[in-house]
Structure formats: C-alpha cells, structure tokens
Design a protein around this ligand. Structure first.
Ligand SMILES: CC(C)(COP(=O)(O)OP(=O)(O)OC[C@H]1O[C@@H](n2cnc3c(N)ncnc32)[C@H](O)[C@@H]1OP(=O)(O)O)[C@@H](O)C(=O)NCCC(=O)NCCS
Length: 185
C-alpha cells in the first residue's frame, strides 16, 4: 500500500493523510484564492465551512488502496492536497492537486506531487501511466505538469459541465519511462 505519510525534498514540506480536524485549514486554503474553484467541478462556487468538512470527510473515507490522498503540510500547516485515483488494478492512475493561494509560485505543488509520483511508481511496479485532467485555461496547473515531465496529449472539446458552462478538458500524461528519464524528480 502506498504510504499515508510522505517526505519531500523540501524539509519544511511533507504530506500526510487527512484527518477530520483539517476542515478549518481546508476552508482557509479554499478561501485564499477567489475563483479558483472555477477549475473544480466538485467544489461549489459559494462554498462554506460545511462544504470543507464534507470534502475532508470524503477524503478520509476514501480507500487508500484505490484512491489515496494527502494533505500537504508546510511548516506543519495544512496548505493543500494531492490525490490519486488508481484504475485497472493499479496499472493507470489520475492525479489532482492544489495549494493555498498565499504561497503559490514557490514550487510547493510540483515538489509535493513529485513525492507522490515517486511513491506510486515505487509501490506499484505495474503502474504504467499517470494522467491529469485540467482546464486548458489553468496555465499554472499546466506548468506544474510540465515541470514533472507530463506531456499534453490532447484537448477534449466541451467535455465537462462546470458551474453552468461546458468547458474544454486538457489531458496530460506521464509514462513510467518519462518519469524514469526525468533528471530532477
Ligand atoms: C496549480 C497550482 C497547484 C500550482 O501550485 P504552485 O505550488 O504555485 O506551483 P509552482 O510554484 O510550480 O507554480 C506554477 C505556476 O504558477 C504560476 N505562478 C507563479 N507565481 C504565482 C502566484 N504567486 N500565484 C499564482 N500563480 C503563480 C506560474 O505560472 C508558475 O509557473 P512558473 O514556475 O513556470 O513561473 C496552484 O496554482 C493551485 O492550487 N491552483 C488552484 C487549484 C488548481 O488549479 N489545481 C489544479 C487542478 S488540475
């Protein structure tokens, strides 16, 4: 099983499983960037603390074998999330991530996701590919994926219905061999 506690290359940055006590910190993180949830179909536009509680409970309730997730801790404060959803008996996976609006641009997302990718490829030798689905307008997210060696594989037109509008969906992919050949991981 993939560990629920992960170190990163940054000594101030680590990951651990969510606990039900994290809802307040998640609410703060969500509130730190007005409008970020336009890229996230599962978070309502006018989210409340109750929505953050429901999110944390859902994260805590997920199977760690099938869909593990981690709270990102920076200086011991919960500032974000990384999640994986495995498919086809751990041969494929999809990754998601986000960090607090007040500490963006410092490489915390790529460093956190890198630790998760290392662990996933180590833990599951059968894992061949990790995908990420993003909004084509989400340039910050695309930069994270590019830094991690993902390639843009295509854009599906009007493929999601998010907050009342149909939006395109960019699909990025990372093969095991892409990850092995990446120097800085
Ligand atoms: C996408 C996201 C996770 C990136 O996290 P991060 O820790 O800031 O990642 P990085 O530091 O590598 O920065 C990535 C890009 O964000 C942009 N960026 C830089 N500083 C920034 C700032 N202060 N505020 C916002 N974006 C900034 C830059 O384009 C940067 O690319 P660069 O390093 O080539 O200049 C973060 O912006 C976020 O949480 N967004 C909202 C949730 C989301 O969209 N998640 C992804 C869904 S698919």
């Amino acid at each position: 099983m993939i560990p629920d506690r992960l170190a990163t290359t940054n000594p101030d940055l680590r990951l651990r499983a969510f606990t039900t006590g994290d809802a307040g910190a998640v609410f703060d993180y969500w509130r730190s960037d007005a409008g970020w949830e336009r890229f996230n179909a599962s978070v309502p536009r006018d989210f409340t603390l109750a929505d953050a509680k429901a999110f944390v409970e859902e994260m805590c309730g997920r199977s760690r074998a099938a869909s593990p997730n981690w709270a990102i801790l920076y200086d011991e404060r919960v500032v974000g999330v990384v999640s994986l959803v495995f498919e086809q008996g751990h041969r494929l996976a999809a990754v998601g991530y986000g960090v607090h609006g007040g500490i963006r641009g410092a490489g915390l997302a790529p460093t956190s996701v890198s630790s998760v990718l290392n662990s996933a490829f180590d833990c599951y030798p059968e894992l061949r590919k990790i995908r990420a689905h993003t909004d084509p307008r989400n340039t910050a997210s695309h930069r994270v994926l590019e830094k991690l060696g993902f390639a843009l594989e295509g854009v599906l037109r009007k493929n999601q219905y998010v907050k009342g509008e149909f939006v395109d969906e960019a699909i990025y992919g990372l093969l095991r061999e892409d990850w092995s050949s990446l120097e800085d991981r």
